[in-house]
Every structure is written in C-alpha cells, then in structure tokens.
Design a protein around this ligand. Sequence first.
Ligand SMILES: Cc1cc2nc3c(=O)[nH]c(=O)nc-3n(C[C@H](O)[C@H](O)[C@H](O)COP(=O)(O)OP(=O)(O)OC[C@H]3O[C@@H](n4cnc5c(N)ncnc54)[C@H](O)[C@@H]3O)c2cc1C
Length: 163
Amino acid sequence: MPQSSDALIIGGGHNGLVCAAYLAAAGLKVTVLEQRAVVGGAAVTEEFYPGFRNSVAAYTVSLLNPKVIRDLELPKYGLRVVERKLANFLPSDDGRYLKVGAGVTRSEVAKFSSADAQRLDTSSKKWPTFCATWSSRRRPMSSRAAGARRCPNCCRPRDWVAA
Ligand SMILES: Cc1cc2nc3c(=O)[nH]c(=O)nc-3n(C[C@H](O)[C@H](O)[C@H](O)COP(=O)(O)OP(=O)(O)OC[C@H]3O[C@@H](n4cnc5c(N)ncnc54)[C@H](O)[C@@H]3O)c2cc1C
C-alpha cells in the first residue's frame, strides 16, 4: 500500500473504481481498498462454471452511464455489451422454466398461471408511468424539476404506487 494518498476509496465495486479512475485522471494519487481478492463488487466477472465467465450478480448495463463508458474508454479494455435474445430465463428446481421477453412472455406465464397471463397486458400498460417516474427521480436535483415539468402526472409517488 502506498505511504501517502490524496484519496482513499473503501470498496472496489464499480462505483469505487469509476471514482478512482476519475480522481486519478484529475491528477490525484488514489488508493482503493477492497476486502475481496477481486475487484468489481456486484458487477464482478467470475467463472461460475468451468469455461463460463459472467457477472454473477448484476447482469445488465441499464444503469451504467454512457458517459463513463466513453470517458474511461471501456471498449478499448474489453467491454462488449451483448444484447440478450431473451430478457430473462428463469429455471426452477423441478425442471420447469420461464422465459421472459421476445414475444413469449404471455405464453410462458400461462404455463404457470393462466390468470396471471391474462392480466399481463393491463400491468404492462402501467410500466411507462412507473419508468418515467423512476427516471425523473434518478436525475440530479437540478434537472429533476425539469423532468417534473415535462411529466407532471408521473412524478408523484402515489401515482406509481397506485400503478
Ligand atoms: C443480485 C443483484 C443484481 C443486480 N443486477 C443489476 C443489473 O443487472 N444491472 C445494474 O445496473 N445493476 C444491478 N444491480 C445493482 C448493482 O450491482 C449495484 O448498483 C452496484 O454493484 C453498486 O456498485 P458499488 O460499487 O456502489 O457497490 P458494490 O458493487 O456493492 O461494491 C462494493 C465493494 O466494496 C467492497 N467492500 C465493502 N465493504 C468494504 C470494506 N469495509 N473494506 C473493503 N472493501 C469493502 C465489497 O467487497 C465490494 O467489492 C444488482 C445488484 C444485485 C445485488
């Protein structure tokens, strides 16, 4: 460990590593302290089965800001975003499975519950409201107000709780 640092970051998850990279790029001497033998936190790439490597927890890049990808030149260091053919494949212990996405969700859900399959369309229609609310809430404060103006009906918690 270096004798002196300008910044100490506890935890080498992707947020810690991104902060460290920006601080180092700004000329600071940065030390990252990670308790595990590998860095990456919940977005760590590990061999979960011989020959198969993947992130064993987080598996979509939905929350990764594209600016970070650009600034840190991640493709140059091996980042490759793979588009999923299915949103999810969910196996159960009894040998059954549920596929989600790619136009098969309703028939797949019907294998488990025809009542739930019939309600899917109604619940799906409520997702845009929920997503718009969520997006407006994860913007910085300064732009949140702008989001509220653009979407006056979907920025109140009671709307998406009801949805
Ligand atoms: C099961 C699961 C699935 C997820 N799926 C997705 C997904 O698909 N897409 C998505 O965008 N997000 C997903 N997330 C959320 C995403 O993983 C987190 O937002 C992200 O990992 C947070 O990064 P982080 O660096 O803040 O923390 P973490 O990834 O939790 O990393 C924290 C790091 O700090 C280390 N640490 C903790 N305490 C100490 C200490 N005292 N000393 C030293 N080191 C310490 C830990 O070992 C770890 O490496 C998922 C989360 C989980 C749990």
